[in-house]
Write a protein that binds this ligand. Structure first.
Ligand code: ZN
Ligand code: ZN
Length: 336
């Protein structure tokens, strides 16, 4: 976010000793003469409006850097002063510069950066200590979950070997049919393939920037005042630019899935779907799935695989040894 300086305004400070309000540029109290303390708090003269200073000398002073306090008498001196205006003390060693950048009071907070979606502020709820019985219940629940989880895991890994015969088989093979056709796509104009013709372009918000660009919109927060350390306030505004870019439609040639060819069967001899490919057509991705149904001690078990060689051995009535886990899933099959 860029910080824009709108101008400079006079500030006031209140004397700690006698309570008099003094102009910011006055370095000792106009009433009692006490030097302005280093931790002085500046305020705006009028919190409602900004009366910008037109005096070039004052503005130069505001830009010259924070004033420094005399190490001997505490009097505030200009940043480039060598000796104290009050006591003549040497300011080159031991002088303390005033802090800068402090927001004056009664200012609205600067706008938060709107570019990054801020993470939802977590509401701090009062944390009550968890009662003992709740801890015991949670522990018990965890224990029970652990027990059943372990049982499940054991049953899943526990397999039974059994003799089985093939009762039936089925298969499915699929191939995607693709055509090379004109497809309407859309993208940022800069990212469109150079040989494609862009149309229906519209300006769309793309990102935030600190600097203006060709199509950008300035967004600024509420102005606020910053202490320059000289008794003069700098009125600034945090701004950023919403950048818009052209988003267009374009036509491009692409391979597109236009159909899925499927063959099914129940024997052990599977075949691929065939088709007469037209011009600008091709076969795309293919998939195969073979299912063998076994009968073992009057229970039926299904086993699916993509291994066609194994599937071809599954002649109806043939004898196999299958392994079944505790959940009833067939984990391996071997012809006898
Ligand atoms: Zn005073
Ligand atoms: Zn001094």
């Amino acid at each position: 976010m860029a910080r824009k300086v709108l101008g400079y305004i006079e500030l006031v400070w209140t004397c700690d000793s006698c309570g008099t309000r003094n102009p910011g540029a006055i370095k000792s109290c106009t009433s009692c003469g006490a030097p302005q303390p280093i931790n002085v708090h500046f305020e705006r003269v009028d919190p409602e409006t900004f009366n910008f200073i037109k005096d070039e000398a004052l503005i130069r002073m505001a830009k010259s850097g924070p004033d420094k306090h005399c190490p001997y008498c505490g009097t505030r001196n200009l940043a480039d002063a060598q000796v104290c205006v009050n006591c003549g003390g040497d300011l080159t060693i031991g002088a303390t510069s005033r802090p800068t950048g402090i927001l004056t009071a009664e200012e609205p907070a600067p706008i938060p950066e709107p570019s990054i979606p801020s993470t939802p502020s977590t509401v701090q709820t009062e944390r009550k200590p968890i009662p003992k019985w709740a801890i015991i219940v949670i522990a018990l629940v965890l224990l029970v979950c652990c027990f059943f989880g372990t049982m499940y895991f054991i049953r899943m890994n526990q397999t039974d070997k059994m003799d089985a015969t093939v009762s039936s088989t089925s298969w499915q093979r699929q191939v995607a049919l693709e055509a090379y056709q004109l497809v309407r796509a859309s993208d940022w104009k800069a990212d469109i393939p150079f040989n494609a013709q862009a149309y229906d372009c519209q300006l769309r918000y793309k990102y935030n920037s600190d600097n203006p660009t060709q199509n950008s919109e300035e967004v600024c927060g509420t102005p606020y005042t910053v202490d320059t350390g000289t008794g003069i306030g700098e009125v600034v505004q945090d701004c950023y630019y919403k950048v818009y870019e052209e988003y267009c439609s374009y036509d491009t040639m692409q391979w597109v899935v236009v159909d899925t060819l499927t063959e099914n069967g129940s024997g052990t001899d599977a075949f691929w779907p065939t088709t007469n490919l037209g011009t600008n057509e091709r076969l795309g991705n293919s998939s195969e799935r073979y299912t063998i149904t076994f009968l073992a001690s009057s229970d039926s078990y299904e086993y699916s695989t993509t291994d066609y060689n194994l599937f071809q051995l599954a002649q109806p009535g043939s004898s196999w040894v299958i392994e079944v886990n505790g959940l009833g899933d067939v984990t391996s099959v071997n012809p006898e």
